[in-house]
Design a protein around this ligand. Structure first.
Ligand SMILES: [Zn+2]
Length: 290
C-alpha cells in the first residue's frame, strides 16, 4: 500500500495513524467523474469503535454511518480484531468475521458460529507469524468447512513493520485452496504488491475469491491522479481482466483506512459498467451469504 497523501512514499508502520487522522481532516466530495453504483456491499471494513484496533486512531459508529451513506453502502463484512469473535453494532446489515489470533480460540469460534453471531473467519497472515497451512489453523478451517462460511486472508503489505511478509505472500494460498476444496477462500487486498500472483490463484481455483481493498489509503481524490491510476485503478483492471470470471472479484475498502466513496469510484473505473452489480454487490452477497 502507498501511504496517503505522501506520494511515492511506502507505508510501513506510519500508514495507519496518519491515514486515519488525515482521513478525518480531509474535505469530502472532491472531483469524482465516475458514478456510484446504486448499492454497494463493502466486503472489508473494520468496526472497532474503541480505538484499540491495530489500524490506529479512534473512530465511531456515526463516522461509519456517514461513510456508508456517502458511498451507497447497504451491507458490510466486518473484520473483527485478532482473537475476537465479539460482534459489533453497525448501521447496515452485516456479516462479521471472527478474527483469529496467534493461538486460535477454536471453542470460542465454534460457539460464535453455532450461535450465528459470526458468518466468516479472518486470518491475519503476516501479522500472525504462521503460514496459511500451519497446523494450528486446521481446526478453524474444519469449522469453516462444516458451517459453509468463507475464510478471508489478509495478504500482502501490512500496516505494522513487525509483521512478517513471508507469511502474507498470496502464493501459499494456492496449496491451501487445493488441499481444502471444501473451504471458500477470499484473498484480501489482491495480495498487494503481489497482485499477479493473487489474480492467478483466484483464476485457477474454483474455491477462491478476491477483493482489492486498500491498495492505497486515505481519500483517493487527494492522491496524485497518476498514482491513483497506476496503483489502484490499473491494478484492479489487471485483476479483473486476468481472472476472466465476473463472479470472482468483490469490492472492499478496508474502512476506516480508506475513504469509501472515492475508493468506490476508483474501483468502478476499472470495471465495465454492466458488471458493477456483480462486483459491487452480488458476488459478496453470494459468498458471504447476505
Ligand atoms: Zn483490513
Amino acid at each position: 500500500m502507498v501511504a496517503w497523501p505522501f506520494i511515492g512514499f511506502r507505508s510501513h508502520g506510519r500508514r495507519g495513524a496518519l491515514a486515519v487522522l488525515l482521513l478525518v481532516l480531509a474535505p469530502s466530495g472532491c472531483a469524482a467523474d465516475h458514478p456510484l453504483p446504486d448499492r454497494v456491499l463493502d466486503a472489508h471494513v473494520h468496526a472497532a469503535f474503541d480505538g484499540a484496533e491495530s489500524a490506529g486512531g479512534t473512530y465511531s459508529a456515526a463516522e461509519m454511518e456517514r461513510a456508508f451513506a456517502a458511498a451507497n453502502v447497504t451491507g458490510a463484512v466486518v473484520m473483527l480484531p485478532r482473537g475476537s469473535a465479539g460482534t459489533r453494532d453497525v448501521p447496515v446489515p452485516s456479516r462479521q468475521c471472527a478474527g483469529i489470533g496467534p493461538e486460535p480460540d477454536v471453542s470460542g469460534v465454534a460457539a460464535a458460529l453455532e450461535a450465528d453471531a459470526v458468518a466468516c473467519i479472518k486470518i491475519y497472515l503476516g501479522y500472525v507469524h504462521r503460514a496459511p497451512d500451519d497446523a494450528a489453523y486446521a481446526p478453524i478451517y474444519d469449522l469453516a468447512a462444516r458451517h459453509g462460511v468463507p475464510v478471508v486472508f489478509h495478504t500482502g503489505d501490512t500496516s505494522t513493520s513487525d509483521a512478517k511478509l513471508k507469511y502474507a505472500h498470496p502464493l501459499a494460498l494456492d496449496e491451501l485452496a487445493v488441499d481444502r476444496r471444501d473451504m471458500t477462500i477470499v484473498i484480501a487486498h489482491c495480495g498487494n504488491p503481489w497482485i499477479e500472483t493473487a489474480a492467478e490463484i483466484a483464476y485457477k481455483n474454483p474455491n477462491v475469491y478476491i477483493e482489492c481493498s486498500a491498495l492505497m489509503t486515505g481519500d483517493m481524490d487527494e492522491l496524485d491522479p497518476e498514482h491513483l491510476e497506476r496503483y489502484v485503478t490499473d491494478a484492479i483492471r489487471y485483476v479483473w481482466g486476468y481472472i476472466e470470471d465476473p463472479s470472482k472479484l468483490m469490492f472492499g475498502s478496508d474502512w476506516p483506512l480508506v475513504d469509501i466513496e472515492s475508493y468506490v469510484r476508483a474501483y468502478a473505473a476499472a470495471i465495465p459498467p454492466e458488471h458493477h452489480p456483480a462486483v459491487f454487490h452480488d458476488n459478496a452477497a453470494r459468498v458471504f451469504g447476505f
